[in-house]
Design a protein. Structure first.
Length: 325
C-alpha cells in the first residue's frame, strides 16, 4: 500500500514509518520539519512532503493516490478554540479529504486522555470523560471519525455512505530512542532529568505507585501495521504494556549504568500492600496476537538517557530530540 503518514518524524511516527517500510509499503510523509530526520530523504519508497495540519489544501493534495492514512501528528493550542482549530478540525478535514480522494483506510492516534482519569480496568468501552483540553481534543476527534458514516445532501437529508474505514489507537505512555541518527524521542524529560540526578549521586524518592504501563515506539508500531493492513472499521484499540513499571524501577535500571553513583532510591510506601490501577489492553492480543509487557525496551532507553546526561553534565553539545508542536 501507499500510506500517507502525518507526524512521521515524531516519537511514535518514526517507528511507524520504518515498520511500514520493512513490511513492504511505501510512505508519503507529511512533516513540518523534513530536515529533522535527514535519513528519510535517502530512503527508497519514502516521499517527504513539507507541511502542517493547518495546510488543508496541501494535505488534500499530498494524500491523493494513497491507499491509507495514518494520522499521528498533534496540533496544539492553549485555549478551547485553538485546540479545536489546530487538532480536531484538522483531523475532521483529513478524514473528509481521504474519503473524497478514494482512500480506503484511516488510522487515528488518540490517547488514553480521551477517557480522563484512570479507573481500574478501563478498556476501549470506557466512557470518554476527558479531564483537560488535550483529552477533550482527542475525544471529540474520535466522535467525529466514528460518526462519519455518511454524507449529507442537505439538512437532515442523507447522501452516500462513507466508504473510508476508520479505526482508532489510544496510546498511553510511549517512549523511544531515535530510530535514526538525529531523530526524535519521547515527549517528556523525566528520563533525562532522573539520569542527571543519579549521575550527581542525588537521592531520589518515588511513591510505590508512581509509574505506568509503558510501551516503546517499536512496539506500538506493530499495532499500527496490523490495523492498517486489516479490514476492520470503527474499532478502538488501547495501546499499553501489560506490566506496571514504577519510576523507582526505572531509577534502579539506570543505576546499573552508573556504578559510581551513591544515590539511594527511596520508596516511602514500599510495604503498602495495595495494587496499582491498570488499563486493560487485551484487545490487541485477542484480535492481532500482539502482547507486550512494555518494559522490554526500557533498559536500552535508560542507557541512552544516561549517556546523554553524562555528556550534558560534562558540558558537551547534545542533539535535542524533543519534537513538539
Amino acid at each position: 500500500m501507499k500510506i500517507f503518514v502525518t507526524g512521521g518524524t515524531g516519537n511514535i511516527g518514526q517507528y511507524v514509518t520504518t515498520t511500514l517500510l520493512d513490511a513492504g509499503h511505501s510512505v508519503v510523509l507529511l512533516t513540518r520539519t523534513p530536515e529533522r530526520i535527514p535519513a528519510y530523504l535517502a530512503l527508497e519508497n519514502v516521499e517527504v512532503k513539507q507541511g502542517n495540519l493547518l495546510d488543508y489544501a496541501g494535505m488534500g493534495e499530498a494524500l491523493k493516490g494513497c491507499d491509507a492514512v495514518i494520522h499521528i501528528a498533534l496540533g496544539w493550542g492553549n485555549t478551547p478554540v485553538e485546540m479545536l482549530e489546530n487538532d480536531t478540525r484538522a483531523t475532521a478535514y483529513l478524514a473528509e479529504a481521504a474519503e473524497k480522494n478514494g482512500v480506503a483506510k484511516f488510522v487515528y492516534t488518540s490517547s488514553t486522555a480521551a477517557m480522563g482519569d484512570l479507573r481500574d480496568g478501563m478498556d476501549e468501552t470506557a466512557l470518554r470523560m476527558p479531564g483537560d483540553l488535550y483529552g477533550a481534543t482527542k475525544a471529540s476527534a474520535e466522535h467525529f471519525l466514528l460518526g462519519f458514516n455518511q454524507n449529507y445532501t442537505g439538512q437532515g437529508a442523507y447522501g452516500g455512505k462513507v466508504k473510508l474505514k476508520r479505526n482508532i489507537i489510544r496510546p498511553g505512555y510511549v517512549f523511544s530512542n531515535p530510530a535514526f541518527e538525529g531523530g526524535a524521542s519521547q515527549s517528556d524529560t523525566r528520563f533525562l532529568n532522573l539520569a542527571k540526578d543519579l549521575l550527581q549521586s542525588k537521592d531520589v524518592e518515588f511513591s510505590k505507585f508512581n509509574g505506568t504501563q509503558f510501551l516503546s515506539g517499536a512496539q506500538i508500531a506493530q499495532l499500527y501495521l496490523k490495523l492498517v493492513e486489516s479490514d476492520l472499521n470503527r474499532e478502538i484499540f488501547m495501546a499499553l504494556g501489560s506490566k506496571f513499571v514504577s519510576w523507582a524501577d526505572i531509577a534502579n535500571l539506570m543505576l546499573q549504568e552508573i556504578p559510581e553513583s551513591t544515590s539511594k532510591v527511596v520508596v516511602p510506601d514500599a510495604e503498602d500492600p495495595g495494587k496499582p490501577s491498570y488499563y486493560c489492553a487485551d484487545k490487541m492480543r485477542r484480535v492481532f496476537g500482539l502482547s507486550f509487557e512494555g518494559d522490554e525496551d526500557l533498559p536500552a532507553h535508560c542507557k541512552w538517557n544516561v549517556e546523554r546526561a553524562r555528556k550534558i553534565l560534562a558540558g558537551e553539545d547534545v542533539h535535542n530530540p524533543y519534537h513538539v508542536w
